[in-house]
Design a protein around this ligand. Structure first.
Ligand code: PLP
Length: 393
């Protein structure tokens, strides 16, 4: 193993690089979380988040990670035995479903192709069959972080409407929020789950749910046990007015800076930057593909993610070996394969605080790692990424 020099290039699909501005913003003393100063900071954070989630409905922040917000979403709107439909897209969709099952729900998994994402027509067909409306909710991830496939949230909304089904629509935006366009109100999503450590560029440890009026209403009659996550204690009208215990003040300091940074760059520009970096990455991988080299796991150009690219290695090659070389030799950290993709893929995170040289440096290190790991690949992936990045604004 070589001694790491310089900065680590952190290309995991979460947590992501924490900008110095956010680290500095958090480098402050503690603050009375019941006082006026904290309330003003929190208000600025919620106002900023409303723009990112594109909602004017309730946003509830927790000291907790994404799994916590998953649980909050479930326990607030369901009663034991309620049935939910989980379109299968990969590790994270299945795990949210598993979480719901373990909390006492009946979970129906809608089988799906991990490489293309949710088929809106399949959702519509299944909901049409459910004439008695026994399915209480459709629970899906926006961006499946394991596969690098981004689901078509608006089209799935239209599928639910076309089936004239009253199911709640619940969407996990943990690896899309702040990287890819998401519109809670326009797409009529009832419950949204978000986390701090990806597009928001914060440390892990803070998560969010957003709840529509319909979801808040469901929470009044839901009977799953809930204490810490209970919206009834945290929300007045449609605004969060309380925390259960001490608010994570330093994460709010960081969040205040994060929403300022996103506003300064402009959300549309942030999304465009992510789209550019994703396309540059895909172009590099397409060159590596050459004659039976690594390939982009997501096969449908409509659903290839702009925040993470999952790269499938040819049979007989261990993705973890290439990943270990990237880390040990070049100090580039990549994500590994999850579930059935273990050792078969590595994942390049290109979300959050990232610029062209960071991305190109990482792609160069990956190209060298493929070489050193003996993975056959076409040469010149980085050049293709450079060519693309100079051809667009
Ligand atoms: N959902 C998605 C789509 C994720 O990518 C992750 C984590 O990567 C989670 C949920 C779980 O979040 P956490 O690890 O913060 O619990």
């Amino acid at each position: 193993m070589t001694v790491a020099r310089g900065r680590q290039f952190f290309q995991n699909p979460g947590p992501t690089n924490i900008p110095d501005r956010i680290l500095r913003a958090m480098d402050r003393p503690a603050l009375d979380f019941m006082g006026a100063e904290f309330r003003a900071i929190a208000e600025e954070c919620y106002a900023g988040l409303r723009k990112v989630f594109k909602t004017d409905q309730a946003i509830i922040a927790y000291a907790g990670n994404g799994h916590g917000a998953w649980e909050a979403a479930i326990v607030n709107v369901f009663s034991p035995g309620d049935k939910v439909l989980v379109p299968e897209t990969g590790y994270f969709s299945l795990n949210w479903g598993k979480h719901a099952h373990e909390l006492g729900l009946e979970v129906e998994t809608l089988p799906g192709d991990w490489r293309t994402g949710v088929d809106p027509a399949a959702v519509e067909a299944r909901l049409r069959e459910d004439k008695k409306h026994t399915i209480k909710a459709v629970m899906q991830v926006h961006n499946e972080t394991a596969t690098g496939v981004a689901n078509r949230v608006a089209e799935i909304r239209r599928a639910i409407d076309a089936a004239k089904h009253p199911a709640l629509y619940m969407v996990d935006t943990i690896s899309s929020l702040g990287s890819m366009d998401f519109r809670m109100d326009e797409w009529q999503v009832d419950v949204v789950v978000g986390g701090s450590q990806k597009g928001l560029m914060l440390p892990p440890g803070m998560s969010f749910t957003c709840a529509s009026e319909k979801a808040l209403k469901a929470s009044q009659s839901a009977t799953l046990p809930r204490v810490y996550w209970d919206w009834r204690k945290l929300v007045t009208g449609n605004r969060q007015t309380a925390f259960n215990g001490t608010a994570p003040v330093h994460l709010f300091y960081g969040l205040q800076e994060a929403v300022r940074m996103l506003a300064e760059e402009g959300l549309d520009q942030v999304f465009a930057r992510h789209a550019r970096f994703a396309e540059a990455t895909r172009r590099a991988v397409r060159v590596w593909r050459g004659n039976n080299g690594p390939e982009i796991y997501g096969t449908d150009p409509r659903t290839q993610s702009n925040s993470v690219t999952t790269v499938l290695l040819p049979d007989g090659h261990d993705a973890d070996k290439a990943r270990a070389i990237a880390l040990d030799r070049f100090n580039v950290s990549l994500g590994g394969g999850l579930d059935k993709l273990d050792k078969r893929v590595f994942r390049i995170g290109h979300m959050g605080d990232l610029n062209e040289p960071m991305l190109l440096g990482a792609l160069a290190a990956i190209e060298m790692s493929l070489q050193l790991a003996g993975v056959p690949h076409g040469k010149g992936g980085v050049a293709a990424a450079m060519e693309y990045l100079t051809s667009v604004d």
